[in-house]
Design a protein around this ligand. Structure first.
Ligand SMILES: [Fe+2]
Ligand SMILES: [Fe+2]
Length: 337
């Protein structure tokens, strides 16, 4: 952990970081720019422009929300996993996602926001999270497909973030990416086993791939031409690779994997372009993407109500942990006195 995520604030809602009043903004700005230009890291105690801080809070908190909401579609399958081995793997994966959420909320807290406020924004439906988790998981092949494609897309998105200019975020991403790579491999391996099975099992895999392929491509975000904030995020070293470049990288890496697996990717326009040295692909349905991001996907309401219930059910755990931490703190203070 990089932060004080489990210490007890002196008063509720206390900010961990005092906002630094820029006495000489131009000088501070120049120092900040120089650090960014030399590919250095910005740390929580460093001065940073307000817009940089806000961009990071938004991005890191949306990332954290995506991790913990992402536990839900697969969590549904823990009690229905086809074997003890698959159940153990799935439990480990879903727990990892919970851990990713924790690292990320901690990273966001170093920017002076409180975890409680971020969770309130998620639970009230104000905050956004990855649209992919608002679709149902209909059969066991969906679990394998999520590992292969959704976690695969997450890796493509997250590996460049290991070089993000904000120190706590970039360091959190290093461990997250290692775990994502296990998620991707377990999913692909589960599908390989199914593809050696009955015709019905093979059809389940193809059906799951058909339903998830386009949604995974949309996970990389709108095309570069429609991403007005991308240039600034690139300038600040928060974003290292553009949406379209990452999407292309994902497609180029995934097509050969689909061939080995023996499934067809559901895009008649998907073909190798010798001149570009990349695969061409068809049109993504952005209306569906925005509809889901804005709360109207097939499972948005169900996901949020499950999340709110889980949060409320866990209140006693948080109360007990805080009471324990307070007791420890008092004991330490008494000993020090
Ligand atoms: Fe994750
Ligand atoms: Fe994952």
């Amino acid at each position: 952990m990089y932060t004080q995520s489990f210490s007890v604030p002196d008063e509720p809602g206390q900010k961990h970081i005092k906002a630094v009043a820029p006495a000489e903004p131009a000088e501070l700005m120049a120092k900040f720019d120089a650090r960014i230009d030399s590919d250095g890291r910005i740390e929580p105690q460093d001065w940073m422009p307000d817009a940089y801080r806000k961009t990071l809070v938004r991005q890191i908190s949306q990332h954290a929300h995506s991790e913990i909401v992402g536990m839900l579609p697969e969590g549904n399958w823990i009690s229905r996993a086809p074997s003890l081995k698959r159940k153990a793997i799935l439990i480990a994966k879903v727990q990892d996602e919970g851990g990713h959420g924790q690292y990320l909320y901690s990273a966001a807290e170093t920017l002076g926001v409180s975890r409680a406020d971020l969770l309130d924004a998620l639970h009230s439906g104000k905050a956004k999270y990855s649209s992919i988790f608002n679709y149902p998981t209909l059969n066991w092949a969906d679990v394998g497909t999520i590992g292969w494609l959704v976690d695969g897309a997450a890796i493509m998105n997250q590996v460049p973030l290991c070089r993000c200019s904000y120190g706590p975020y970039s360091r959190a991403m290093i461990r997250v990416c290692k775990e994502e790579s296990f998620h991707q491999r377990q999913g692909y391996e589960a599908l390989l086993v199914m593809m050696k099975g009955t015709d019905e099992q093979k059809a389940m895999v193809q059906d799951a791939v058909n339903r998830y392929w386009w949604k995974c491509l949309a996970m990389f975000g709108p095309p570069d031409a429609d991403s007005p904030h991308s240039a600034q995020a690139m300038r600040w070293g928060i974003k290292r690779v553009s949406n379209d470049d990452l999407r292309q990288k994902f497609i180029d890496a995934t097509v050969p994997q689909a061939k080995v697996l023996g499934v067809t990717l559901p895009d008649p326009d998907l073909k190798w372009n010798e001149e570009r040295g990349h695969y061409d692909y068809g049109q993504i349905d952005w209306d569906e993407f925005w509809n889901t991001v804005n709360g109207n996907g097939p499972c948005n309401k169900e996901r949020l109500s499950t999340r709110v219930k889980a949060h409320n059910d866990g209140q006693w755990v948080r109360d007990a942990a805080l009471a324990h931490a307070r007791k420890q703190q008092q004991r330490a203070m008494k000993e020090a006195a």
